[in-house]
Write a protein that binds this ligand. Structure first.
Ligand SMILES: [Zn+2]
Length: 144
């Protein structure tokens, strides 16, 4: 099990849920849907100790769910970094953070849909994509 899987597992046990929305509610994270530039799916801000996840209101429900999970990944894995500046940069360290947040989201959604899938070696790109509602090309980049 890698570091990110461990983080997901700890969070699911602690929060008693793998559903991003429920985890946000339990952790007191406010999620908002706002009009954002097309290429921005969402971002995370911290104001006076409270976390806000801002989602692009053009996203469909699956995309919002994935983006919420992705932002939860940033909050959990990258607490000390500023994700607003992150989402505007494209250098190596940023893509590493983005990849980690995507990975976190994928594991979390897989856990939400099908507990044993993370341990399963024979799962296909298509199965993961359908289970976690993640585009196939993203699954391919993350896991294979
Ligand atoms: Zn991100």
């Amino acid at each position: 099990m890698n570091k990110i899987q461990k983080c997901v597992q700890d969070m699911v046990i602690e929060q008693g849920s793998a559903e991003p929305k429920t985890i946000c509610e339990n952790m007191g994270i406010i999620t908002l849907s706002l009009e954002l530039p097309k290429r921005v799916n969402g971002f995370t801000i911290n104001r006076k100790g409270r976390w806000f996840i801002v989602l692009n209101n053009m996203l469909n429900d699956d995309e919002k769910r994935f983006t919420t999970a992705h932002e939860l990944g940033h909050i959990t894995l990258h607490k000390c970094t500023n994700s607003i500046s992150l989402s505007c940069n494209t250098d190596f360290i940023v893509s590493k953070y983005e990849r980690e947040a995507d990975m976190f989201a994928a594991y979390l959604l897989l856990t939400a849909e099908y507990d044993s899938c993370i341990e399963c070696d024979t799962v296909t790109v298509k199965q993961i994509s359908q289970l976690a509602h993640i585009p196939e090309e993203k699954v391919d980049q993350l896991f294979f």
